[in-house]
Ligand binder design. Structure first.
Ligand SMILES: Cc1cc2nc3c(=O)[nH]c(=O)nc-3n(C[C@H](O)[C@H](O)[C@H](O)COP(=O)(O)OP(=O)(O)OC[C@H]3O[C@@H](n4cnc5c(N)ncnc54)[C@H](O)[C@@H]3O)c2cc1C
Length: 304
């Protein structure tokens, strides 16, 4: 829409400043590229693409193991003690010692930081993102990736269309409070975790500030009609019949005590650990660079 043009311009400016190949296109060119998309203008990013991140993670694991490193999963760290020269970690069945440790606990990173004695400046509030999928007949409505102009007040992108690597088109996600940190379904509730969210002043300050947006997201969660309405702003030919329920993910969103959504990557340190306290999208895309940053920080710590 016309009122979004300044925001589009700003994204173009940032893209160019970061050497992203992108160009501004008019409504006519948009129609040629995405015949069903609606817009007065758009930013075309020919190099944009998606990947199968499960395959990426598998490959990284394979490369590490080939170099003699070990990867252990299915072991939840339940206790953690930092000493001057080492970190002790315990799962329910095992016990480990390390000279250094890195906390990339995602939805639980703040809890792990607390185990290490840190008092993080943020708490993780879980926001579920629910998707629909276009039915086979409706998939011709989207050729590639179609995004709205993001609202700069939020770190979330808004519902968008994504043509997947293995076929199919996903539409979403919305952003609703999950009633459990790993609340991938609407019915999943963890009373202890929910109580922690509700007891956090940052959650209430955030809710007061954005109650209208939050309510809209909830309506879209329960009403397919409302979800379709949001999608139609981008692709007016989408219909209820052309959509079926898809998967959901949970964002680990760091929120400060005064109710601000942390929208940048956030690292903190304790004696022998580095803690990744906010790694929102696009942290998967940037995983290797974030990894490099962490290794540099660790190298600095070792030489102190
Ligand atoms: C709906 C949705 C869409 C997204 N789309 C994109 C996208 O298009 N592009 C992009 O770049 N990013 C995207 N992201 C964001 C991306 O998924 C995250 O930025 C990324 O996964 C963060 O990585 P992480 O390693 O910090 O945390 P995670 O990937 O959450 O990993 C944390 C790990 O820690 C483990 N863990 C937790 N507690 C413990 C414990 N006590 N002991 C041991 N292990 C523990 C968990 O089991 C998990 O394996 C999306 C996220 C969502 C929810």
């Amino acid at each position: 829409e016309e009122r979004e043009l300044p925001a589009l311009e700003e994204i173009e400016r940032r893209g160019k400043a970061n050497q992203v190949a992108c160009r501004r296109i008019d409504a006519q060119t948009l129609k040629e590229l995405e015949p069903h998309a609606r817009g007065v203008a758009a930013l075309h990013v020919p190099e944009a693409g998606i990947i199968d991140f499960r395959q990426v993670a598998k490959k990284l694991a394979e490369l590490l193991q080939a170099q003699g490193h070990s990867i252990m999963t299915e072991g939840r760290v339940v206790r953690l003690t930092e000493h001057v020269d080492k970190v002790e970690l315990a799962t329910r069945h095992d016990h480990w010692q390390a000279r250094w440790a890195i906390n990339c606990g995602g939805l639980y990173c703040d809890r792990i930081a607390r185990m290490a004695g840190l008092r993080p400046a943020v708490q993780i509030i879980p926001f579920r993102g629910e998707y629909y999928e276009l039915t086979r007949e409706a998939q011709q409505l989207c050729r590639n990736l179609i995004y709205p102009v993001p609202d700069p007040r939020f770190p979330f992108l808004g519902v968008h269309f994504t043509r997947m690597v293995h076929g199919g088109v996903e539409c979403g996600p919305n952003a609703v409070l999950a009633w459990a940190r790993e609340g991938y379904r609407k019915t999943q509730v963890n009373l202890r975790e929910l109580a922690q969210t509700l007891a956090y002043p940052g959650f209430w300050r955030l809710s007061l500030r954005y109650w209208r947006t939050g309510l809209g997201e909830y309506v879209r969660s329960f009403s397919k009609r409302a979800f379709v309405r949001a999608l139609r702003k981008l692709v007016p030919d989408v219909t209820r019949q052309g959509l079926r329920r898809g998967r959901a993910g949970v964002r680990a969103q760091a929120v400060t005590r005064d109710g601000a959504l942390a929208d940048d990557f956030l690292l903190d340190e304790s004696q022998r650990m580095i803690h990744v306290l906010n790694a929102p999208s696009p942290a998967a895309t940037s995983a290797l660079n974030i990894g490099r940053l962490i290794v540099d920080r660790l190298a600095e710590k070792r030489h102190l």
